[in-house]
Design a protein around this ligand. Structure first.
Ligand code: ZN
Length: 298
C-alpha cells in the first residue's frame, strides 16, 4: 500500500509471501518500515444522504434509509468473489447516489473491468485520496478491508469529521481482477496479473511495474525474469492495470494527497524510499503519519 503525501508517498504494505519471498521482501522494503495494521473499529448507524443542487454546489442532506434488499450481498465474515465485490460497489452507488460514483478506470489483461468507487461531496476544494487492494491477487483480506472502509465512509458520511468529508475517496477494491478470479478458480496462491510475456502466461508483479526506480536495483526487490514471482514486466507501466492507476491519478481534477495500497499479511506500514536507504524529502512527515496510523491500528 502506498500513500502519496505532498512530494512523496507513504506505503503500507504487508504481503502474503512464502518464507523465501519474505527474505526478498525484507530487502525490498528497505529501512523505512513502521508498525502495523490490525482491524479495529465499528460500523456506526446508517446515515443516508441526498444531494440537492443549490447555487451550483451539491449539498448533502439526510433522507430516508435505502430500501432493504432481499439479499444482502456483502458481509465481512467471509471472502467474496469478484462479481459480488463489484455488485457491492454498484449497490453503494444506488444507495448513496449523492456521494458515490462507480466507474471503470481500465480493463485488465483478460478484459475484465477495473472498477473504482469514488465517494465525494463534490466540493471543489477537496483533496483526493487513493485506496487500492488486491494488486496481489491472493491477498484477499486487503479487499475486505477497503470494502469495509468504503461502506463505513459512505454510510456515515454526514457524521464524519471534516477531515473525512473534505476528501475525494477513490477506492479500487480489486486492482488485479484477473489474478483475483484465478485465485478463486485455479490457484489460491497466484500473486501476479495474467499477462503473456515471452510467449507464456507468466504474469507481472504489478506493484513492481510502476515507473519510479523501475529495475534500478537489478534483481534486488524485483526481477527481470518472467517466471519469477517478482517479475517487474518488460517496461514500466507495461500492464493495463498499472496504466489505469497512472491515468486515473494524472487525470484527476482534485490533487492527490494520499496514496495507500493495501496488502497482506505483514503488519507493516512502508513508505519511500523502497529502493534505497536514503530518506526521501518528506521523510519526517511520512514517518509522523505512519506512526499515527500504527498507533490507531494497534
Ligand atoms: Zn502484496
Amino acid at each position: 500500500m502506498e500513500l502519496y503525501s505532498g512530494d512523496a508517498y507513504l506505503s503500507i504494505k504487508s504481503d502474503l509471501l512464502s518464507s523465501d519471498e519474505e527474505e526478498k521482501y525484507k530487502s525490498e522494503s528497505g529501512t523505512q518500515t513502521q508498525k502495523c495494521l490490525s482491524n479495529k473499529g465499528k460500523l456506526s448507524s446508517n446515515s443516508i444522504m441526498k444531494a440537492s443542487i443549490s447555487s451550483g454546489m451539491k449539498q448533502i442532506i439526510p433522507t430516508n434509509k435505502p430500501k432493504r434488499r432481499r439479499v444482502k450481498l456483502m458481509n465481512w465474515k467471509r471472502y467474496h468473489k469478484l462479481n459480488v465485490i463489484y455488485s457491492f460497489l454498484d449497490e453503494l452507488e444506488k444507495d448513496y447516489p449523492a456521494i458515490c460514483t462507480v466507474s471503470v478506470i481500465g480493463k485488465s489483461v483478460e478484459g475484465r473491468d477495473i472498477k473504482m468507487l469514488k465517494i465525494s461531496n463534490s466540493d471543489a476544494s477537496n483533496a483526493a485520496v487513493w485506496l487500492d487492494a488486491s494488486i496481489h491477487s491472493r491477498e484477499w483480506i486487503s479487499t475486505a478491508v477497503v470494502t469495509y472502509l468504503a461502506e463505513f465512509i459512505a454510510k456515515n458520511f454526514q457524521k464524519h469529521p471534516k477531515s473525512i468529508t473534505n476528501k475525494d475517496w477513490h477506492i479500487v477494491p480489486v486492482l488485479n481482477p484477473d489474478g483475483y478470479v484465478f485465485t478463486h478458480t485455479k490457484d489460491r496462491m497466484w500473486r501476479k496479473n495474467r499477462a503473456h510475456h515471452e510467449g507464456e502466461r507468466v504474469g507481472v508483479d504489478l506493484n513492481r511495474n510502476f515507473s519510479y526506480g523501475w529495475g534500478n536495483n537489478g534483481d534486488q526487490g524485483s526481477s527481470g525474469e518472467p517466471t519469477n514471482v517478482f517479475y517487474r514486466g518488460p517496461a514500466p507501466f507495461s500492464e493495463p492495470e498499472t496504466a489505469a492507476v497512472r491515468d486515473t491519478i494524472l487525470g484527476s481534477a482534485s490533487p492527490f494527497k494520499v496514496f495507500l495500497s493495501f496488502h497482506s499479511y505483514f503488519e507493516l506500514i512502508i513508505f519511500p524510499w523502497g529502493y534505497k536507504c536514503e530518506p526521501c524529502p518528506d521523510y519526517l512527515h511520512l514517518l509522523e503519519a505512519g506512526t499515527v496510523m500504527a498507533r490507531v491500528f494497534a
